[in-house]
Write a protein that binds this ligand. Structure first.
Ligand code: AMP
Length: 282
C-alpha cells in the first residue's frame, strides 16, 4: 500500500495508472475507520483494478467547531485496516494540499433544495464544505468510480449533483449501510458514545424500521410522532428531525400515495453526540 501526502505526486501516479487503462475506485473518508468504510473498499476492489482511499478530516464541512475538535483520529489503526483490506493507495493530505489558496469557498455550489432540507437546515454551510472538499479530491484523484455510503443518504444526493454540475464523467456506487448487530448504523462518531448510550442509540434504527413496517397509504405524521416519542423515551436528548420523504427529492411528505418511493431519515442527539440514519421504505 502506497501512502501519498502530496496532491501533485498522487495525481501524476494516478494519471499514469489511468493511461495504462486501469479503472480507479475512490473511497473518500474522514478516518476513524470501521466496517462501513471497509465495505466501500471491498466494493471498489471488486469493481476496479486500483483502489484509492483518502483520509482527511475536512474543516470546512463542520458547522460546529467543537464537533471538529472532537472528531476521532485513529490513524495507525486506519492504515492497518486499509492495508489488511487490500487498499492500494492512501491519500493523507495536510490541509494546505487540499486548500492551497486557503479554506475560503471560492464560489457557491448551486445544489438547490438539498442545501436547505434536513441536514442542510440543521447544519448550515455543511454541504458547501462537502462540495468544496469532494470537488477538490475529485480533481486530484480523477477516479473512474466513486464509492459512497447510503448511511449519508443526502450527502450521496449532494455529491451526485456536484458531479453533474461540474460535468465530470465519474460513476457513483452507493453502498448499503453497515450496521452493528443491534441495528445501530456504524459511524466514526459512535466511538464517542458510552457503552450505555450505544445500547440506547439502536432506538434510531428501530424507529426507522417501525416506520418501514407500519407505513401505509394515507397520512404519515402519526408515525413520525410515534418515533419521536420512542426516541425521547430511549434517552435521546434532542431530535433535529424525523422525516418521511420522497426518496428522489427528499421533500417531506404528509400523505403517501402508496406508490412514490420513500426514505425515512432521522438525526438526533444522545450523550451529546449527533447521530444520523435512514432507511428506504419501498
Ligand atoms: P466519513 O468518514 O464518515 O466521512 O464516511 C466516509 C464514507 O463512508 C462516506 O461515503 C460514508 O457514507 C461511508 N460510511 C460511513 N458509515 C458507513 C456505514 N455504516 N456503512 C456504509 N458506509 C458508511
Amino acid at each position: 500500500m502506497i501512502i501519498y501526502k502530496s496532491a501533485s505526486d498522487l495525481s501524476s501516479h494516478l494519471s499514469e495508472l489511468s493511461r495504462k487503462n486501469n479503472s480507479l475506485g475512490f473511497v473518500p473518508t474522514m478516518g476513524a475507520l470501521h466496517q462501513g468504510h471497509l465495505s466501500l473498499v471491498e466494493h471498489s476492489k471488486k469493481k476496479c483494478n486500483i483502489t484509492i482511499a483518502s483520509i482527511f478530516v475536512n474543516p470546512t464541512q463542520f458547522n460546529d467547531p467543537s464537533d471538529f475538535a472532537k472528531y476521532p483520529v485513529t490513524l495507525d489503526n486506519d492504515l492497518f485496516l486499509l492495508e489488511k483490506s487490500g487498499c492500494d493507495i492512501v491519500f493523507l493530505p495536510p490541509v494546505n494540499e487540499i486548500y492551497p489558496g486557503g479554506t475560503e469557498l471560492a464560489h457557491t455550489y448551486n445544489i438547490g433544495r438539498l442545501e436547505t432540507l434536513l441536514e442542510g437546515q440543521y447544519r448550515p454551510g455543511h454541504f458547501q464544505g462537502v462540495c468544496q472538499v469532494v470537488d477538490r479530491l475529485l480533481e486530484i484523484v480523477n477516479p473512474s468510480v466513486l464509492f459512497l455510503g447510503q448511511k449519508d443518504y443526502q450527502q450521496c444526493m449532494v455529491i451526485r449533483e456536484l458531479i453533474r454540475l461540474t460535468g465530470r464523467k465519474i460513476e457513483t456506487v452507493i453502498v448499503p449501510t453497515v450496521r452493528e448487530v443491534s441495528g445501530l448504523a456504524m459511524s466514526s462518531r459512535n466511538m464517542r458514545l458510552s457503552e450505555q448510550d450505544k445500547t440506547k442509540a439502536k432506538a434510531i434504527y428501530e424507529g426507522l424500521t417501525y416506520i418501514k413496517t407500519a407505513i401505509s397509504k394515507g397520512p404519515v405524521s402519526v408515525l413520525v410522532e410515534e418515533v419521536s416519542r420512542r426516541l425521547t423515551a430511549a434517552g435521546f436528548e434532542e431530535i433535529d428531525y424525523i422525516s418521511i420523504a420522497d426518496a428522489a427529492t427528499l421533500e417531506p411528505i404528509d400523505v403517501w400515495d402508496g406508490k412514490t418511493p420513500l426514505v425515512a431519515l432521522a438525526a438526533a442527539f444522545i450523550g451529546g453526540i449527533r447521530l444520523i440514519d435512514n432507511l428506504q421504505l419501498s
